[in-house]
Write a protein that binds this ligand. Structure first.
Ligand code: AMP
Length: 111
């Protein structure tokens, strides 16, 4: 079980900013921007590579939640959404998560 499953089960504390029956959003413990939130499905999907056809609606739900959560967090000047996948993608927690970063101008390309 990953640390994110433990957060869903309330076994590990987190600063939760949004929750519904299918997903949870909480602040990253090591923020890379003034606002840095992780949005995760409650279903323990390892990564984008692990999505199945059954997850099509859930994947859409997660994406549709991003602008809603960004607005709630006051990111009216824009934000970045990142999904790291696998070792070369920089993924460290193998429970699918969308990073939502904002509150400052973000440079491009990423490192
Ligand atoms: P990634 O490198 O894309 O897998 O991102 C994993 C993210 O999870 C990192 O930004 C970590 O800082 C964050 N993280 C790890 N453990 C926790 C935790 N207990 N609560 C909040 N964020 C966490």
């Amino acid at each position: 079980m990953t640390i994110f499953s433990r957060i869903i089960r309330r076994e590990v504390p987190a600063d939760i900013v949004y929750e519904d029956e299918r997903c949870l959003a909480f602040r990253d413990v090591n923020p890379q921007a003034p606002v840095h939130v992780l949005l995760i499905p409650k279903k323990p999907i390892e990564s984008l590579d692990s999505l199945s056809e059954d997850d099509r609606e859930l994947a859409g739900h997660l994406l549709m939640k991003v602008p809603e959560i960004a607005a709630q967090l006051g990111l009216s000047d824009g934000y970045r959404t990142v999904i790291n996948t696998g070792a070369n993608g920089g993924q460290t927690v193998f429970h699918l998560h969308l990073h939502i970063l904002g509150g400052r101008g973000l440079s491009w390309p990423p490192g």
